[in-house]
Design a protein around this ligand. Sequence first.
Ligand code: GLU
Length: 421
Amino acid sequence: MAVLGIEGGIFGSALEEFNRAATVLGLERGIWNILSHPKRQITVSCPVLMDSGEIQVFTGYRVQYNLALGPAKGGIRYHPGVTLDEVTALAAWMTWKCALANIPFGGGKGGVTCDPTRLSRRELEALTRRYVAEIIDAIGPEKDIPAPDVNTNEQVMAWVMDTYSMHVGHTTTGIVTGKPLELGGSLGRREATGRGVMIVTREALKHLGRDLAHATVAVQGFGNVGSISAELIAREGATIVAVVDWKGGVHNAAGLDIPKLVEYVRVNPEHTVAGFPGGDPITNDEFWALDVDVLIPAALENQITVDNVGLIRARLVVEGANGPTTPDANKLLHDRNVLVIPDILANGGGVTVSYFEWVQDRHGYFWSEREVNERLEAKMCEAFEATLRTALQYRVDMRTAAYMVAINRVATVTRMRGMYA
Ligand code: GLU
């Protein structure tokens, strides 16, 4: 089967990270074997009637990597680069992320290979509904609960919820998280990933004897994660000196005005930070080489590689994105004593508040934003402390430590549940 992508590819990188931690843990061969295979990979074809009158067929995936701790949980990504290998890696990372966050979910992920910037709103809705209809037997509030990811948002989640509800014949809010508030969404969910990034950045700086209020920070990516991380970190008093995205970048040593940058991106037709008048243009190489305290990659996978890792001067890298650092680059950073807060810890705030949303939907009783944020704060700090404790105890980097905590939890329940037939 070519589907596993064990040799190379993004899932190959995810397995390398897993293998390193499993070795330190001394994980037994049988459990090792189970945890390095996706439980279920679904590929679907989604025909869509385009505005032009033509029918276009889009390929979609849903991967449920591991269900030992509970229903699969993970977002749906719309991007031209989506492949089964990528979705499998992302589903594996969700497995470890949920286990590290200590929430009762397994890991899943979905994706459709498409360029959403070229789809009309009607085409986007049709594609979403058809994709959901194609995977409908595999998902459900007790089975697999999607959420937003790259290029999907609350509106897309509303369509997911409606399509599923129409199929089963009754409104089912718990089928998906990241929904609009009016449809059973949670206060604080939209900001949750960025808030989690802010919390772990603060905790990591504290560990280094530094204070977030006096830190300088550079952010790659200005979608939901990058923009809200930047906003909340700036609100803590830190200086955001640069932001880059797919189109270009902007730099201001005195600090970018993040609310103004958010507004600039919202109104310009290409939704990019490039050309923002509150700073000077900056190239990607200049961005990585900035003399800042903290770098936050919050875009896509494979951004920090052996080719640009040598440029990095920051003392701390906080992975807002999933998989932004290749395993080789990660090792070089560790050797140079750069502290890397891994994705499965740094961006776990999103799925943590997704869990809170699912709990609220099931109870039909909704929490205040303060309750959500306080519980998120507690969960992020617990995960950070468990990871740091493990890193110090075993003398390993934070990524290996985070995997060790997560793998240990999934392995323990796998042993307890035993083998079926
Ligand atoms: N897509 C987000 C992630 O990668 C959130 C997933 C969720 O809330 O289920 O963590």
